[in-house]
Design a protein around this ligand. Structure first.
Ligand code: AHM
Ligand code: MG
Length: 332
């Protein structure tokens, strides 16, 4: 029977990137190569994530393994892998990572791009076998090629991103990205070691029935946030919160819904980081027809001031985000 022997046929990420590049006659291929490097890093991290449960056997991350060597925590290992892949790939001159305070120079001063990333987000979920993700955001540098990159390259603002995306290590591993011409999703076929195009043009439904928020902070939330959440419950929406940003975002992207990390009494800017968590997802959601807001402005319009700055994130189906904004405006 044909179906039984069918292997996944279709467009590989490689072929897709080549095809897209051909649509832009003046493209030099450097961004394409950078995306390939990121995909490779994603595959390597995927391999580590998949055997994370064995870390107790071989020496837990952050502890010594049987050979008495210090094992890296998995999020730190992902950081190292990523930086190495970008350094070897040659297309990024500097990298900003959640795992390190300062920017990291790759030594490729001739390269055109800088990359901000969270190499492994949702680290508290690693030990309990819950989906985790990698987030990335890419800018063309504004400093001259050949010089050392600096903070002006990273603090350009969300609207200046040239590409952004994530890898989700879930029940299957997926790479989702945009270069500002819609959003494409690829699913990893581990036995072939390839990402295949599985979601050619991802669009988020205009509305949905899922809200994702940590209600444990209920008493920390401003009154309008509680009003909004009560409205969600009154209209019998489903509460779904994994506590892994990429996974919560991805589910809502496919089915329609809203993810909220609002301000709390203690953290007026919430918890999530602007440059490598909020900006890339905001770019993706706008490209997918949805919205991302802080409650007062579009996330992509927030002025970046420093590398690890935080930002409230209300993101998902446009109609749901608008309803939140109505609650926020009524409060003032
Ligand atoms: P991390 O970067 O330290 O892993 O934190 C980010 C994670 C997100 O993946 C998730 O959405 C959020 O923190 C959950 O936070 P909380 O436990 O406060 O609900
Ligand atoms: Mg993070």
């Amino acid at each position: 029977d044909e179906d039984l022997i069918a292997t996944p046929v279709g467009t590989t990420l490689e072929r897709y990137i080549m095809r897209k590049q051909a649509e832009f006659p003046f493209a030099t291929g450097e961004l394409s190569q950078l995306l390939r490097d990121i995909a490779l890093a994603g595959k390597i991290i995927n391999r580590e994530v998949n055997r994370a449960g064995l870390s107790d056997v071989t020496g837990a991350y952050g502890r010594e393994n049987v050979q008495g060597e210090q094992q890296q925590r998995l999020d730190m290992a992902a950081h190292i892998r990523f930086v190495r892949a970008l350094r070897n790939g040659g297309q990024a001159c500097a990298v900003l990572s959640e795992e390190e305070e300062a920017i990291i120079y790759t030594g490729n001063d001739q390269a055109k791009y800088v990359v901000a990333m969270d190499p492994l987000d949702g680290s508290s979920n690693i030990d309990v076998n819950v989906p985790i993700g990698t987030l990335f955001s890419i800018y063309s540098r504004v400093t001259p090629v050949g010089s050392k990159a600096n903070e002006t390259d990273f603090l350009q603002g969300g609207r200046k991103q040239v590409a952004a995306g994530y890898v989700l290590y879930g029940s299957s591993t997926m790479l989702v990205y945009t270069t500002g011409h819609g959003v494409a999703g690829f699913t990893y076929e581990p036995s072939l070691g390839e990402f295949f195009l599985s979601h050619p043009d991802l669009r988020i439904p205009a509305t949905g029935t899922t809200f994702s928020c940590n209600e444990g902070y209920w008493f920390e939330y401003p009154a309008y946030v509680r009003t909004y959440l009560e409205n969600c419950k009154r209209s019998r929406m489903n509460g779904r919160y994994i506590g892994s940003l990429v996974a919560d975002y991805h589910r809502n992207l496919l089915t329609g819904g809203i993810y909220l990390y609002p301000p709390t009494g203690k953290n007026l800017d919430g918890k999530l980081r602007l440059l490598y968590e909020c900006y890339p997802l905001a770019f993706l959601i706008e490209q997918a027809g949805g919205a991302a807001s802080t409650g007062t402005e579009a996330v992509l319009d927030v002025t970046p001031e420093h590398y690890h700055q935080r930002c409230p994130l209300i993101i998902g189906s446009a109609e749901l985000v608008n309803e939140y904004l109505v609650c926020a405006a009524a409060e003032v």
